[in-house]
Design a protein around this ligand. Structure first.
Ligand SMILES: Cc1cc2nc3c(=O)[nH]c(=O)nc-3n(C[C@H](O)[C@H](O)[C@H](O)COP(=O)(O)OP(=O)(O)OC[C@H]3O[C@@H](n4cnc5c(N)ncnc54)[C@H](O)[C@@H]3O)c2cc1C
Length: 392
């Protein structure tokens, strides 16, 4: 296929080359089907993420998105299976993604927070998670690097970490080897159905195909509008920090019951610190900019939790875009456009990426996926759309 041509034909166009679009492209390839993945960036949408494998409910959602909690709670089995989907992907890629599922801790430093964790733990256990509370007499023995203030924690055995840079690079390499055509730095600005096929227009050319997959993260809502659908996607700019390398001393993913923080030490020895501190999008350039308050706030929270981090040098800081909808993943097609599939992961979307891709590929192939639920269908937004039309 000559990618200099002004128009290209294929079986599937996948819009978005983050973890979701990347996996979908790879999973669809190699069956005598031509797959083109178009990404407005470098086929690395998710390079900005922290590589935490999240399964237990993150406390930040209780504070910032309490309206999403019911959805998130219902999805716990989906998160648990998402870890298995990462294992499957890792076997297919045959690369060490530094995927380590050795558990995650959510710590409390007062009785009220511990009470909150007891309740959360009970509900998560009922939903099938392998979780337990570690009380104050044990916590310092097991995790001596934690601050003396910590009075207990919830341990979730399914959690862990991986290296997103290795994962994204390996995914790209294997996709190219399986014949996926990756179009970088090309932005889709129009989708329409004409002459029995979809025409996808970018800033450079037109593509014609039978099936379109919209996996464009927070850009998906705008693309849905081309087909007259309202799928509200919000771009949430988030902040990250990483310290210099030190010998391994934090073996586990750490979060806090009340403060926004996730931290973990990756195989190279660097400690990656994030957890939902805001960055900002500069209006004129659309670039992600760092907020000083987040830089200091995030680091101070980390030092309060693991005091020895205070001695380390900050190596790098960056921001990225987290796509948000209503807490649930958006997976499936819509009436009237049965060959357009939306693939937007719910909260902690990197964790969910490979599983969302498996679900979408099964839907495309009309195969039953036991982890698919109709609550993921994008059709749930149709009622909102009708309501909006009536209100206007
Ligand atoms: C700082 C930060 C840290 C995070 N840490 C974690 C974590 O530790 N664990 C976890 O599970 N999740 C984490 N997340 C969330 C996670 O990164 C995202 O939910 C996930 O990567 C979303 O993947 P995606 O493939 O759906 O979208 P994206 O990775 O956003 O990819 C979408 C791609 O679509 C492209 N695109 C958009 N519009 C168009 C268009 N019109 N035409 C062509 N291309 C388009 C974009 O350029 C982008 O490359 C983090 C997020 C941020 C911002």
């Amino acid at each position: 296929m000559n990618s200099n041509r002004k128009s290209l034909e294929c079986d599937y166009v996948v819009i978005g080359g983050g973890i979701v679009g990347g996996c979908i492209s790879y999973y669809l390839s190699g069956k005598n089907k031509e797959v083109i993945c178009i990404d407005s960036g470098e086929f690395s949408g998710s390079n900005s993420n922290a590589g935490s494998i999240h399964v237990q409910l993150q406390s930040r959602n209780f504070r910032l998105n309490p309206h999403l909690i019911d959805n998130l709670m219902e999805n716990l089995p989906f998160y648990k299976e998402a870890v298995n989907a990462w294992n499957r992907l890792s076997l297919m890629l045959n690369v060490d993604l530094e995927l380590r599922v050795n558990g995650g801790l959510m710590v409390a430093d007062n009785e009220e927070q511990l009470e909150f964790l007891y309740k959360k733990c009970q509900e998560e256990k009922a939903a099938g998670l392998d979780v337990e509370i570690i009380e104050s007499n044990k916590i310092k023995k097991l995790y001596p690097f934690l601050s003396n203030k910590v009075v207990g924690a919830e341990f979730c055995a399914h959690e862990g970490k991986l290296n997103p840079l290795v994962a994204n690079k390996s995914l790209q390499e294997v996709s190219l080897r399986s014949g996926v055509k990756i179009m970088k730095c090309e932005t889709v600005n129009h989708i329409e159905f004409k002459n029995n096929e979809y025409c996808i227009r970018t800033n450079l050319r037109e593509y014609f195909c039978e099936t379109v997959i919209i996996a464009a993260g927070s850009g998906s809502g705008k693309l849905a509008e081309c087909l007259n659908f309202n799928i509200p996607t919000i771009a949430e700019p988030l902040h990250m920090n990483v310290t210099e390398k030190v010998s391994m001393f934090i073996p586990i993913l750490i979060q806090h019951a009340e403060c926004s923080i996730t931290l973990k030490q990756i195989s190279s020895g660097n400690i990656i610190i994030g957890g939902g501190w805001p960055a900002r999008i500069e209006e004129e350039s659309n670039k992600i900019k760092i907020k000083k308050e987040s830089l200091f706030g995030n680091l101070t929270t980390a030092v309060n939790l693991v005091p020895s981090i205070g001695k380390l040098r900050l190596y790098r800081t960056w921001g990225g875009i987290n796509p948000i909808t209503d807490g649930n993943s958006v997976l499936g097609n819509m009436k009237g456009h049965e060959n357009v599939f939306f693939a937007i992961p719910g909260d902690a979307g990197y964790t969910l990426g490979p599983l969302c891709a498996e679900v979408i590929v099964d839907l495309i192939n009309s195969k039953r996926n036991e982890f698919y639920s109709s609550k993921f269908s994008p059709e749930r937004f149709l009622n909102n759309h009708k309501k909006m039309i009536i209100e206007n």
